[in-house]
Design a protein around this ligand. Structure first.
Ligand code: AMP
Ligand code: ZN
Length: 503
C-alpha cells in the first residue's frame, strides 16, 4: 500500500467550512496556489508563518508521494495602499519615497523575500509568477468577464459588477458574508463614484497623471486590480479547476472572495476545490503587522535588536516554535514561548544525533510488543500530519521516539529488546519526518564538531551525575563551575535531566 493510500489526508476546507477527505482531481497529483507577498517592504515574521504553513503542506504532500505543482505568486503591481481600490500603489509609493524605479523596489524586496525563505528553510515553489509578467493574461481575463456581462467599463477603468454576479452565483460563499448586509454596510467612498455600486471592485484602473506603473489596454493606459492576477495566474498554470488554494486568513475577504467571483465570472469554475487559510501570528493578541510597529524582521529576530525581543533567536528555533501550533490557530509571540521552543528543538535534535551513537538493536530477547510500540509512534505522527497537517500533534508523537532514544542510550539493555528492523524503520522515518516534512535541520555549521561537543558534554554531565550519586559534591560542583568559566552553563531540569547552554 502506498503512503498516499495508507495515510489519507483530511483537510479543513474554508469553502465548505468542514473537514473533508482530500481527493485531488488527478490521482497522485496536486495543483496548489498560494498568494505570495506584495514586494514593497521587508517581510516580517507574521508573513513567514503563513508561508511556513504552506511549506508544510507542500513538503508533506511530496513526502506521501504526490507530484505537486506549487504556484506562489509575487505581487508587483496593483496592490493599493488602501487594500481596496483607493490610494497609491504600494510599490509605486515606495519608489517615489526612495527615488528609485518601481522595478528596483520589486527586485530589492523579492530578493529579500527569497533570502528570508531560505533562512527559515522554506522551499521554493515550482513556479513563482509575477503580476507584471502576466498582463496579457489579465487583460484577456477581463475581456471574458465583460463578455459574460459581469463587468463594465467607466472612464477607462473596468469594475466587476457584484450585484449582477450575485444574481447568477453567490458572492460571499467563501467568507460567509451576505451581499445585502454588505450593501447596507458600505458607503460610497469619495473619489469612487465611477463604481455603479460600492461593493464593485476594480479589474482595471486607468492611471492618473503621474502614476508610475501603467500599461496599454483596450480601455486605457492603466494597471490591473490586485485580485485579478491570482485568478489569471492560477488558471494559466493550474487550470480552471485545481486542488488547493492557500493564503493568510486576512486574505479571505475581499481578495479570495473576489478571486472566486472573477473565476466564475470568466469561465464558470471557481478555481480551487479546497481553500486553506493559515491563521495569524499575533503579539499580545494583536496581529503582527508593519503598521502596528510589532512586526520585526528576521534580521531583528536573529540579532535580538527590537524592543519586543529579550535576545536573539535562531531561525530553526522560530520554525520549531511555529510548528508547535496548528496552522489554523492563532499563535501569540512571546519571549518565554520562544525560549521554551529553543529547549524543545535542541532536545529533539540531540536525540537525532544520539541515534548514530547507539549500539546495535535486537541483540537480546526481542519484545514484539515494545518493537511495535516504537513503530506505533511513527504511525501516530503520520496520522497527525494527515489530520489537517497537524504539526503540533506530530511533534508530540516524535518526542515519544526522542525519549525512547534517550532511554536506549542510558540503558542499552532496553534497546537489546527492540527488533532491529523495527528500530531501523522507526529511526529512519523519525529523521525523515523531522528533516523532510518539518524541515528542521541542525544549525551548527560544523555538524561533526557539534557531535563531538554533544558527546563530550554527555560524558561530563554523566560524570557529574555519578559524583552526586556518590555524594562527592565537591567534584560535582567543580565540574559545573569549571564549565561555567569556559562559557558553558549547566541546568538541572525538573525530570532529573541536565541540559547545557553556551554563552
Ligand atoms: P502581504 O505581503 O501583506 O500580501 O502578506 C503576505 C502574506 O502574509 C499573506 O498571505 C498574509 O495573509 C500573510 N500575513 C500578513 N500578516 C500576517 C500575520 N501577522 N500572521 C500570519 N500571516 C500574515
Ligand atoms: Zn492572491
Amino acid at each position: 500500500m502506498s503512503l498516499i493510500e495508507q495515510y489519507p489526508i483530511s483537510v479543513y476546507n474554508s469553502l465548505t467550512k468542514q473537514k473533508e477527505v482530500f481527493k485531488p482531481l488527478v490521482e497522485d497529483r496536486v495543483g496548489m496556489y498560494v498568494c505570495g507577498p506584495t514586494v514593497y517592504s521587508d517581510v516580517h515574521l507574521g508573513n513567514v508563518r503563513t508561508f511556513l504553513s504552506f511549506d508544510i503542506v507542500f513538503r508533506y504532500l511530496k513526502f506521501l508521494g504526490y507530484k505537486v505543482r506549487y504556484v506562489r505568486n509575487i505581487t508587483d503591481v496593483g496592490h493599493l495602499v488602501g487594500d481596496a481600490d483607493e490610494g497609491e500603489d504600494k510599490i509605486a509609493k515606495k519608489a517615489r519615497l526612495e527615488e528609485i524605479e518601481p522595478m528596483e523596489v520589486v527586485q530589492k524586496y523579492t530578493n529579500g523575500f527569497h533570502d528570508v525563505m531560505q533562512l527559515f528553510n522554506i522551499q521554493a515553489p515550482s513556479i513563482e509568477p509575477t503580476a507584471t509578467g502576466h498582463l496579457i493574461e489579465q487583460i484577456e481575463f477581463i475581456k471574458k468577464i465583460i463578455e459574460n456581462g459581469f463587468a463594465y467599463e467607466k472612464d477607462g477603468s473596468v469594475y466587476f459588477n457584484v450585484r449582477k454576479y450575485n444574481e447568477a452565483h453567490q458572492y460571499g460563499e467563501l467568507s460567509g458574508r451576505n451581499v445585502d448586509d454588505m450593501l447596507s454596510n458600505t458607503r460610497t467612498l469619495a473619489g469612487q463614484d465611477q463604481k455603479a455600486d460600492p461593493l464593485d471592485f476594480a479589474l482595471w484602473k486607468k492611471a492618473e497623471a503621474g502614476h508610475l506603473m501603467h500599461w496599454p489596454s483596450p480601455w486605457s493606459e492603466g494597471f490591473p486590480g490586485w485580485h485579478l492576477e491570482c485568478s489569471a495566474m492560477s488558471t494559466k498554470y493550474l487550470g480552471q479547476s485545481f486542488d488547493i488554494h492557500g493564503g493568510g486568513m486576512d486574505l479571505k475577504f475581499p481578495h479570495h472572495e473576489a478571486e472566486i467571483a472573477q473565476n466564475k465570472g470568466c469561465h464558470h469554475a471557481g478555481g480551487a476545490n479546497y481553500w486553506i487559510h493559515a491563521n495569524m501570528l499575533t503579539v499580545n493578541g494583536r496581529k503582527m503587522a508593519k503598521s502596528e510597529g510589532n512586526g520585526f524582521t528576521p534580521e531583528e529576530l536573529v540579532t535580538g535588536n527590537h524592543k519586543l525581543l529579550e535576545r536573539g533567536y535562531s531561525p530553526m528555533t522560530v520554525r520549531f516554535f511555529m510548528l508547535q501550533s496548528h496552522y489554523a490557530s492563532t499563535l501569540d509571540f512571546s519571549n518565554e514561548a520562544l525560549q521554551a521552543a529553543e529547549k524543545g528543538f535542541r532536545r529533539l535534535m540531540a536525540s537525532v544525533q544520539l541515534i548514530d551513537k547507539l549500539p546495535a538493536a535486537g541483540t537480546g530477547k526481542v519484545s514484539q510488543e515494545k518493537s511495535e510500540e516504537l513503530k506505533g509512534f511513527i504511525d501516530q505522527a503520520m496520522q497527525d500530519l494527515s489530520d489537517d497537517f497537524n504539526t503540533a500533534k506530530a511533534i508530540a508523537s516524535l518526542f515519544e521516539i526522542s525519549s525512547k532514544v534517550n532511554t536506549y542510550y542510558q540503558n542499552p539493555s532496553e534497546l537489546a529488546e527492540i527488533d532491529a528492523e523495527a528500530f531501523d524503520f522507526a529511526t529512519t522515518k523519525f529523521k525523515a519526518i523531522i528533516n523532510d516534512v518539518l524541515g528542521l535541520v541542525s544549525e551548527t555549521e560544523n555538524a561533526a564538531q557539534n557531535n563531538v561537543l554533544e558527546g563530550a558534554m554527555e560524558v561530563l554531565i554523566n560524570l557529574r551525575k555519578e559524583a552526586k550519586f556518590s555524594k562527592d559534591y565537591a567534584l560535582s560542583d567543580k565540574i559545573r563551575d569549571d564549565l561555567k568559566t569556559v562559557g558553558i552553563q549547566l541546568k538541572d531540569e525538573k525530570g532529573g535531566e541536565t541540559s547545557f547552554t553556551i554563552d
